[in-house]
Design a protein around this ligand. Structure first.
Ligand SMILES: [Zn+2]
Length: 139
């Protein structure tokens, strides 16, 4: 069977800042210059005030587990060596309701639970792409 190429994100005009920040090991999300609201994923217009004046802004990288799922079967061959994979929604501490779809890595032996505090860390996927992921924050 032919080997499948790895699945990696392709930055574009809306998401480029996010991937550039991740490459510097920083977590950035879109922030409205008019009203200061963070939003994610990036979109052309602010959901709060309808401004088009949006840019990337660094956030704390801390949050809590809002929801998660343990995937045990790879849905693409390039994920086979990452199973089981914790796919999670993390709510960032920077603004209520600001959520990020991500992975939780380096799981503790007793797993993860909704409400657990997490912190960002980074996984290099290719020369161009570094992926922000999260791990359970130590007390
Ligand atoms: Zn706004």
């Amino acid at each position: 069977m032919a080997e499948s190429p790895p699945l990696v994100p392709v930055p574009d005009g809306l998401t480029g800042f996010f991937w550039e920040a991740a490459g510097r090991q920083e977590l950035a999300v879109q922030r409205c210059s008019a009203c200061g609201t963070f939003q994610h994923p990036p979109e052309p217009v602010c959901h709060s005030c309808l401004s088009f004046d949006l840019g990337g802004a660094a956030v704390s990288g801390r949050g809590t587990v809002y929801s998660y799922e343990m995937a045990t079967q790879a849905f693409h061959p390039s994920f086979a060596d990452r199973m089981p994979l914790c796919i999670a929604v993390v709510e960032l501490d920077d603004q209520p309701g600001l959520k990020l779809l991500t992975n939780i890595v380096d799981l503790p032996a007793d797993g993860v639970a909704v409400g657990d505090p997490v912190e960002v860390c980074f996984r290099r996927l290719s020369d161009e792409i570094t992926l922000p992921v999260f791990r359970v924050a130590r007390a």
